[in-house]
Design a protein around this ligand. Structure first.
Ligand code: SIN
Length: 486
């Protein structure tokens, strides 16, 4: 990587961060990291062995023994320093992120701020990790309920949000008094390692926050085979999440799983269509369609279909595809060719089964991982795009006649992460919000992610919540103390 782009080249780290030190794999094995926009070889990271992951677990256990004894305020102060350092180095972290992940620089800057906001949120929540007292069962008896940190925790994080998916987990874990081992995606390790450098500079004690890199399957296996690791938080596909959950069963490890989605985005005939299009653009095209909460299916009431589709096509005309480092770019390459091929496949399957092409160049196989935003309509439930997460810039519209029909189609999926709808009828808003089977519902709102709200899904979209006080509670165990009398 050309370090000349960074104001603080020390943030570009190519070693793992374990026990407060930068380390390589003993056998010197390494994994290469590429820039998805240019194919440029950015550098490499260690591929640790199982024994090295096991020894990281011991390091995190030793760190936990003293971290759990710190006061919540001490932890909050350190987290606030980490938060501030992230903001101070926003530009550098964003540059690293765009180079390894591809997303437009403006979005990377936004993600760094979003990532930092979790650290601040949990720093502020740490001193409020309240317990409760309950009237005893016998005269003179007192029941006290405390929250204690679960212990050593592990996070396996994805490439689509290389910073925020780490801080959303680590902010909560560290605030609660847990130590953490993070295994970032091998596609986007440099953002994670820059965060580790800043955690070090913030004074987070050695061993409390660790980053390991290497073979995902092996690391997942070691982390879930250890009785020392008391909790695993994973963001990624439902298939891998379910496998990890099964592995966690052996030692009854707690799990938080943020998995796949298939978000419906419903536009009723009483909606403010301009506002619906604004929400649709954020929701569909943020991160070039590579978010778990992306609208995967637009359900539009028939009478407003034509107007909504033409407004959406017009707004899509403003998008600019290119290298995320270039000015004005809003849509970037997808993470790899396989991701681009999936969008092509969903497009071709839909067109082959009768969908209509409304806007954008036909997704082709000649542009590597670059895919232009494309809009199709007349989509029906037998098409792949209705059942599988596209994870790319394909906007697919289907029409419906009645509210009941829209809800039925929206809920006809094993997933239940996010759902969105637009309506100006307050009664309908309550009815539909209640009826949608999703952990997150955006009502006249396409941007639902923030640190203060509980993020997570139902059904095959996962277990547990991240962000909010509930996200902190995920890293604690309740302890009930029964105080007897003499
Ligand atoms: C995700 O796609 O996994 C997270 C998206 C978000 O935090 O908004």
């Amino acid at each position: 990587m050309s370090l000349s782009r960074l104001n603080s080249p020390r943030l570009f780290r190519q070693q793992c961060y374990i026990g407060g030190s930068w380390v390589d794999a003993q056998n010197e094995a390494r994994i290469n990291v590429d820039n998805p926009a240019t194919g440029e070889d950015l550098g490499s990271i260690p591929s640790l062995s199982a024994a090295e992951i096991e020894s990281t677990i011991d390091t995190a256990q030793a760190a936990f023994d003293s971290w759990k004894r710190t006061t919540a305020q001490e932890r909050a102060n350190l987290l606030m320093r980490w938060y501030q350092l992230m903001l101070d180095h926003q530009e550098d972290i964003a540059t690293l992120m765009t180079m390894e992940q591809g997303k437009p620089l403006v979005e990377s800057r936004g993600e760094v701020a979003y990532a930092a906001s979790f650290v601040r949120w949990f720093a502020e929540e740490a001193p409020r990790m309240y317990g409760e007292t309950i009237p005893g069962a016998k005269p003179g008896q007192h029941i006290i309920v405390n929250r204690q940190p679960v212990g050593v925790t592990a996070a396996i994080t994805p490439w689509n949000f290389p910073a925020a998916m780490i801080t959303r987990k680590a902010g909560a874990a560290l605030a609660a008094g847990c130590s953490m081992i993070v295994k970032p995606s091998e596609a986007t390790p440099y953002t994670a390692l820059a965060l580790a450098e800043l955690a070090h500079e913030a004074g987070i004690p050695p061993g409390v926050f660790n980053i390991v890199t290497g073979d995902s399957k092996m690391i997942g296996k070691v982390l879930t085979s250890s009785p020392i690791v008391r909790k695993l938080s994973f963001t990624g596909s439902t298939g891998v999440g379910s496998q990890l959950m099964a592995q966690c069963a052996e030692h009854i490890q707690k799990v938080s799983l943020e998995l796949g989605g298939n978000a419906p985005f419903i536009v009723f005939d009483d909606a403010d269509l301009e506002r619906a299009v604004e929400g649709a653009m954020i929701c569909k095209f943020r991160n070039t369609g590579q978010t778990c909460v992306c609208a995967n299916r637009f359900l539009v009431q028939r009478s407003v279909h034509e107007k909504f589709a033409s407004l959406l096509a017009k707004a899509m005309g403003e998008l600019k595809l290119g290298n995320g480092l270039d000015d004005g770019v809003t849509q970037a390459p997808l993470i790899n060719r396989a991701a681009a091929e999936k969008v092509q496949q969903h497009y071709q399957d839909a067109i082959g089964k009768g969908a209509t092409h409304l806007y954008g160049p036909t997704p082709g196989s000649d542009q590597g991982s670059f895919v232009h935003p494309v809009l199709i309509s007349d989509v029906s439930t037998d098409m792949q795009v209705c059942h599988e997460e596209t994870f790319g810039p394909l906007a697919a519209i289907m029409t419906f006649e009645t509210e009941e029909e829209a809800i039925k189609i929206a809920n006809d999926t094993p997933y239940g992460l996010a759902a969105y709808f637009y309506s100006r009828d307050i009664h309908r808003c309550w009815r539909v919000a209640d009826a949608l089977e999703a952990g997150i519902v955006g009502v006249n709102e396409g941007a639902i992610s923030n640190p203060m709200a509980p993020f997570g899904g139902v059904k095959a979209s996962g277990l547990g919540r991240e962000g909010s006080r509930h996200g902190l509670e995920e890293y604690t165990e309740l302890k009930y103390i029964c105080m007897g009398t003499e």
